[in-house]
Design a protein around this ligand. Structure first.
Ligand SMILES: *Cc1c(COP(=O)(O)O)cnc(C)c1O
Length: 350
């Protein structure tokens, strides 16, 4: 069997249909706001999430970091969960790019409860940073692709508004949250001032993310995008890929979620393998390999020998992601390979 690449849902490649859409895209200079395909995408996604405007940017990291900068001044602080992407996987962006410190709170597999945030706003006093922004992530990557319980988001959001804090959502995989929960993009987004969404996760698009917010916020962000070197020219070819993905690859995320359940079953049936968060809700399967099976590195190598590529995320931690380019047959094969990691049952002696 060919290589089965479950390392990330960023592994998806543009299909022939998507490539044709890209080749045929009408384009213009987007720094001048003259790319019709980008304008169309920005309007469509803004509408989908009930925001006034959107801004296409090269990556989810840039999108989040532009939002952090636009919401803050140097010397401010943001509140976030310890394992969130903005803090853990964006190369120290808040500190480097915005002069902002992150106050991290340990969540329950990525999920924060309002009680953890209460009391974390610094008093107005010359000694302290200024608490300015709350960032949440949905679905939560390191938390096991969990969908944020909407009532927790509502409570945190209301508290943030009451305390004058801005609210940003890292919605790199909000698509998966929408499909898994049946809750609309508009509803999720209504609890935030701004959000960031990625087209390059699981939907076949080679590049592209979008930040969304008020017209005023997006105008401010456009200037920061320029500052960060993310102003693009005839990037309508990217927008065309995203439009194609929304039309063709968004609703099929449900298949990825079903495929992930096949891996869940295999892991649950294999002694020595254990899911991190026991209820996999979307396409990310985080699991632990016990030392008795040799730990993460040994399992990683054994899987690779049989064509199954996963990510090693810690000494005992592996992650497998299902996505557009992974067929059901490949998932079934992967499930078999996972089960084969456990030692063979001892044969009854003759
Ligand atoms: C992938 C990801 C991003 C953005 O990643 P880029 O590679 O910069 O596009 C942001 N947040 C989360 C939760 C992610 O998983």
């Amino acid at each position: 069997m060919n290589k089965i690449d479950l390392r990330s849902d960023t592994a998806t490649k543009p299909t022939p249909g998507m490539r044709a859409a890209m080749a045929n895209a009408e384009v213009g200079d987007d720094v001048f706001g003259e790319d019709p395909t980008i304008n169309k995408l920005q309007e469509r996604v803004a509408e989908l999430f009930g925001k006034e405007a959107g801004l296409l940017v090269p990556s989810g990291t840039m999108s989040n970091q532009i939002c952090v900068k636009a919401h803050t001044q140097p010397g401010d602080e943001l509140l976030c969960e310890t394992t969130c992407h903005i803090y853990t996987w964006e190369a120290g962006g808040p500190a480097v790019l915005s002069g902002v410190s992150c106050r991290t709170l340990d969540g329950d597999y990525g999920i924060l409860d309002l009680a953890q945030l209460e009391g974390k706003i610094r008093p107005a006093n010359d000694h302290y940073v200024r608490t300015r922004l709350v960032c949440l992530e949905n679905t939560h990557n390191r938390g096991g692709g969990r969908v944020y319980p909407i009532e927790k988001i509502e409570a945190i959001s209301q508290w943030a508004v009451a305390n004058g804090l801005a609210r940003h959502l890292d919605g790199a995989r909000i698509w998966n949250a929408i499909i898994a929960s049946g809750i609309s993009g508009k509803t999720w987004a209504s609890h935030f001032d701004t959000l960031s969404v990625c087209f390059s996760k699981g939907m076949g698009t080679p590049i592209g993310s979008m930040l969304l917010g008020s017209k005023e916020f997006v105008a401010k962000s456009k200037r920061i995008r320029k500052l960060f070197g993310g102003g693009m020219r005839q990037a309508g070819i990217i927008a065309a890929a995203a439009i194609y993905a929304l039309d063709n690859n968004f609703h099929r995320l449900e298949e990825d979620h079903k495929n992930a359940q096949i891996l869940v079953e295999a892991i649950n049936a294999t002694p020595g393998l254990k899911l991190e968060y026991p209820k996999v809700e979307t396409n990310l399967v985080w699991f632990e390999v016990s030392d008795s099976l040799g730990g993460g590195k040994v399992a990683f190598e054994k899987l690779k020998e049989q064509g199954v590529w996963v990510s090693q995320m810690g000494p005992n931690t592996l992650r497998a992601c299902t996505h557009l380019d992974i067929s059901r047959d490949q998932v079934i094969h992967t499930a078999k390979v996972l089960r084969s990691l456990a030692p063979k049952p001892v044969p009854v002696s003759a």
